[in-house]
Design a protein around this ligand. Structure first.
Ligand code: AMP
Ligand code: MG
Length: 661
C-alpha cells in the first residue's frame, strides 16, 4: 500500500478550461479585496430585555447605576456591635452587652442606634444599624438573661461587614462593549438592577442552495437527487457566528428563478450566501446573476485554495454576496475562511478564537503546488504525542467534517508533508475529546453494534475507514488500537492470519456471507447456481457487471468467478458493498458480489458463494489496555451476538461451534 494519502479529490472543480478561472487569486488577496468593500463593523444597535440578551453582543459599555451591595450589611448571623466595646473580650473575661429591642432581618431597615455597650441581633444580609461597626458571630456570644449577651471574642472594626459598593461601586464598569452576554453576565446585570441592555443588531443572512438535484431533508429522494446539506449547515454556522439565518431552501438552476430569489434575498437581508454553481461552465449561471445584482459586483472568482477553488466573492451595494462551492467540504472551509470574519465583524463578535494543538503527521500527505490546502484531520494519541490523520474523503464528503477533530494547513508552496512532520491542527471544537479507542481499517455494519455497546458503557470510539491494508499499517505503526480486516490469502485459501506480523494478534470477529447479487426476477440469475449464473452473465453481451476495487477480498472472489473474462462493467470498481448494491438496484449494473445484509437492505436477489472472515488485528502491546479489553468483551456479549445474527452475520463463536474454519 502506498503510504501517501491524497486527502481531497476535486472532481467538479476541474471543469473545462474555456472561461475557467483565469484570474485565480491567492487566499490573502481574495480576502483583502472582499473586505475592502465592506464596512467590517456592526450594523446597528437595539435594546433587549435582560432575559432576551443571552448570547447577544453588548453594544455599549455598561456602568453600574448603583452600589452593590447598596448598603453596609452583615455577612453572618449574629449581633451588630461596636468593636471598641469588645476590646480585650475573651473566654475568661467576656464583654457584657445590652440587647436593643429589635431584630434586623433581611429587608428590614433598623430603627435603633447601637449605643456604646449595646448590640442588635442581625441576620445575614441585614443592613448595619447606625453606631455599629462590626458583627459578632452568633457562635461567639451567649445569652445572659433575657436582654443581655456575653461576648467571648474581640472583633476588629469592619469584621463580618460587607460595605456598600464593596462588590461593585456605582459608576464602575460592569461589562464592556463587545462582551458576549452569558448567564454570569446576566446575573451581574440583574444585581445592579439593569433590566434592558443595548445589543448589536444581528446581521440577517439569506441562505440559498442552488441545484436541480437538491431535495430538502424530510422529503423523499427522487432518482439522481441528493439532499441539500449545504443549506442547513450554512444556516447553522451563520447562527453560531452571530447572524440570523433566513433560509430560502434550494433554487432551481434557472437564471430567471435565481434572479427573482436573489433579488428578494438581497432586499430582505444584510448578506447573501449561495452555494453551488460556482464553476464558470455553461450550466453554472450563479455568478452571472450575482454579477448584476449591484456594485461593485464580483471581486474574486477562483481562489488558490483546496478545497474551495471555485469560490466567488461579490459585494452588491455594500452587502456581501458569496457563492460557496457546491461540494459540502469546500463550502464549509470557504465559509469559515472568508465569510466568518465578515459575519463576526458585522455582528460585533470578536474574531473566532482558534484553538490548535500540535501533532505529527501519521502518513505522508500530498498536496497541490500553488494552492493553500486544508486537510481534514482526525487526531489520535500515541506514545510520542498526538498523531494527525488526514481523512481522505474528498470535498464531496459530508461525513468528514463530522468525523474530523480539526484541520491542518499545507502551504501553497509545498507539494507534500512528510510523515512525522510537526503540524498545528486547528480544532473545530476547543474542547476536543480524544476517543478512548481508535479503530482503523475495513468498515462493516456489524462493527456499529460493538461500538454501540461500548458507547453504552461510556467509552468513546473513533472508527476511521481505511480499508483492511490501511488498518493493518496503522496498527503496526501504533496509530490505532484495533484494525478490522477481511483479507483472503489466495495461496493458503485462508483469511487474515497470513497477513499478521509478530507484533499483531488476531481476535476473531464474524463471518460475512458473500454472494452474487442481482435484481429479483432477473431470469439470468434467479434460481441458478453461482456457476450457471456467471456463465449466463458472461454469455449475454447486454449484461453489465459491477466489480470491486483491487485489494478488496471481494475482488479476489470476483476475479475467480469470471476467470480472465473482461465483461462490460469490469472497470467499474467501487470501494464498498453498498456502492455495488446501489449500482445494481438502480439498474446501472446487473450483477456483482456483495455481502448478504447489504443485498437484503437493497432488496436484491442473492446466490451465496462463501463466507469471508471479518476479524480484528490488535497490537499485542495494547491487548491489556482497558478499552481494548472492553472491545473484546463486547464482541462476546449476548446482545451483540444476537444483533450480528439478526443482520445476517455468523459470529466466529457460532462458526467454531459448528466446526467451520
Ligand atoms: P455545483 O458547483 O453546483 O456543480 O456543485 C458541485 C457538487 O456539489 C455537486 O455534486 C452538487 O450536487 C453538490 N452540491 C451542490 N449544492 C449542494 C448542497 N446544497 N448540498 C449538498 N451538495 C450540494
Ligand atoms: Mg449545481
Amino acid at each position: 500500500m502506498s503510504r501517501a494519502i491524497r486527502p481531497t479529490t476535486i472532481g467538479a472543480e476541474k471543469a473545462p478550461a474555456q472561461e475557467q478561472f483565469l484570474n485565480v487569486l491567492s487566499r490573502e488577496e481574495a480576502a483583502r479585496r472582499f473586505q475592502s468593500h465592506l464596512p467590517m463593523r456592526p450594523l446597528g444597535e437595539e435594546m433587549a430585555s435582560l432575559g432576551a440578551s443571552l448570547g447577544r453582543v453588548l453594544a455599549q459599555t455598561l456602568r453600574s447605576p448603583i452600589d452593590a451591595p447598596p448598603f453596609d450589611r452583615s455577612l453572618v448571623d449574629g449581633f451588630a456591635v461596636r468593636a471598641a466595646d469588645l476590646a480585650g473580650a475573651s473566654e475568661g473575661a467576656p464583654a457584657r452587652l445590652a440587647l436593643n429591642g429589635e431584630t434586623i432581618a433581611c429587608g428590614v431597615a433598623p430603627t435603633l442606634e447601637v449605643a456604646p455597650g449595646a448590640a442588635t441581633p442581625i441576620a445575614t444580609g441585614g443592613p448595619l444599624p447606625r453606631g455599629a461597626d462590626a458583627i459578632c458571630m452568633i457562635e461567639n456570644a451567649d445569652p445572659d438573661g433575657a436582654d443581655h449577651i456575653l461576648v467571648r471574642r474581640a472583633l476588629a472594626p469592619g469584621q463580618n461587614v460587607g460595605f456598600a459598593g464593596g462588590d461593585i461601586a456605582q459608576g464602575e464598569t460592569l461589562l464592556r462593549r463587545g462582551a458576549t452576554i452569558g448567564s454570569r453576565e446576566i446575573g451581574m446585570l440583574a444585581a445592579c438592577g439593569v433590566a434592558a441592555v443595548p445589543i448589536y443588531r444581528r446581521p440577517c443572512v439569506a441562505v440559498l442552495s442552488t441545484g436541480d438535484e437538491l431535495v430538502q431533508p424530510g422529503e423523499p429522494l427522487r432518482p439522481a437527487a441528493i439532499y441539500d446539506s449545504n443549506g442547513p449547515i450554512v444556516a447553522a454556522a451563520v447562527r453560531e457566528n452571530g447572524g440570523e439565518a433566513i433560509v430560502f431552501g434550494a433554487i432551481r438552476d434557472d437564471e430567471e428563478a435565481l434572479e427573482v430569489a436573489l433579488r428578494s434575498a438581497l432586499a430582505s437581508s444584510d448578506m447573501v450566501i449561495l452555494s453551488g454553481g460556482t464553476s464558470k461552465s455553461a450550466g453554472d449561471l450563479n455568478h452571472r446573476v450575482v454579477a448584476r445584482l449591484g456594485a461593485p459586483g464580483i471581486v474574486a472568482h477562483g481562489v488558490a485554495l483546496k478545497p474551495g477553488k471555485p469560490l466567488c466573492l461579490a459585494v452588491a451595494d455594500g452587502k456581501p454576496v458569496v457563492i460557496l462551492p457546491g461540494f459540502p467540504t469546500s463550502a464549509m472551509f470557504t465559509f469559515h475562511d472568508f465569510v466568518v470574519p465578515v459575519l463576526r465583524a458585522m455582528s460585533g463578535l470578536s474574531p473566532r478564537g482558534e484553538a490548535s494543538v500540535e501533532a505529527t503527521t501519521a502518513v505522508r500527505i500530498l498536496s497541490d503546488l500553488g494552492r493553500t490546502e486544508f486537510v481534514m484531520t482526525a487526531l489520535t494519541r500515541s506514545d510520542d504525542g498526538l498523531k494527525a490523520f488526514p481523512l481522505a474523503k474528498g470535498s464531496g464528503s459530508i461525513s468528514a467534517f463530522a468525523q474530523a477533530d480539526g484541520f491542518l494547513k499545507i502551504d501553497a508552496l509545498a507539494d507534500h508533508l512528510n510523515e512525522g512532520t510537526r503540524v498545528d491542527v486547528t480544532l473545530f471544537d476547543p474542547e476536543v475529546k480524544l476517543p478512548d479507542l481508535v479503530i482503523m481499517g475495513s468498515h462493516c455494519v456489524g462493527l456499529e453494534l460493538v461500538v454501540d455497546a461500548l458507547a453504552d458503557a461510556g467509552l468513546a470510539t473513533r472508527v476511521v475507514a481505511l480499508g483492511s491494508m490501511g488498518g493493518l499499517a496503522a496498527a503496526r505503526r501504533g496509530e490505532c488500537d484495533i484494525a478490522p480486516i477481511h483479507l483472503m490469502d489466495p495461496k493458503t485459501e485462508s483469511y487474515n492470519a497470513p497477513f499478521l506480523t509478530p507484533e499483531l494478534a488476531l481476535i476473531e470477529g464474524w463471518r460475512r456471507m458473500q454472494g452474487l447479487v442481482f435484481r429479483i426476477g432477473d431470469a439470468r440469475f434467479e434460481g441458478r447456481s453461482v456457476g450457471e449464473a456467471v456463465e449466463a452473465a458472461l454469455n449475454d453481451p447486454a449484461c453489465h457487471m459491477v466489480n470491486r476495487n483491487s485489494g478488496a477480498g471481494t475482488r479476489i472472489i470476483l476475479d475467480r468467478l469470471i476467470g480472465g473474462a473482461r465483461p462490460d462493467g469490469y472497470w467499474n470498481q467501487p470501494k464498498s458493498h453498498n456502492a455495488v448494491a446501489a449500482a445494481i438496484a438502480q439498474g446501472r449494473a446487473d450483477w456483482g458480489v456483495a455481502i448478504l445484509p447489504v443485498a437484503r437492505a437493497y432488496g436484491l436477489g442473492f446466490l451465496p458463494i462463501g463466507e469471508e472472515h471479518y476479524d480484528f488485528a490488535i497490537a499485542r502491546a495494547r491487548l491489556d489496555a482497558e478499552p481494548v479489553r472492553a472491545f473484546v468483551e463486547a464482541l462476546r456479549r449476548d446482545d451483540v451476538l444476537r444483533g450480528l445474527r439478526g443482520i445476517g452475520f455468523t459470529p466466529a463463536a457460532d462458526a467454531a461451534r459448528a466446526g467451520v474454519r
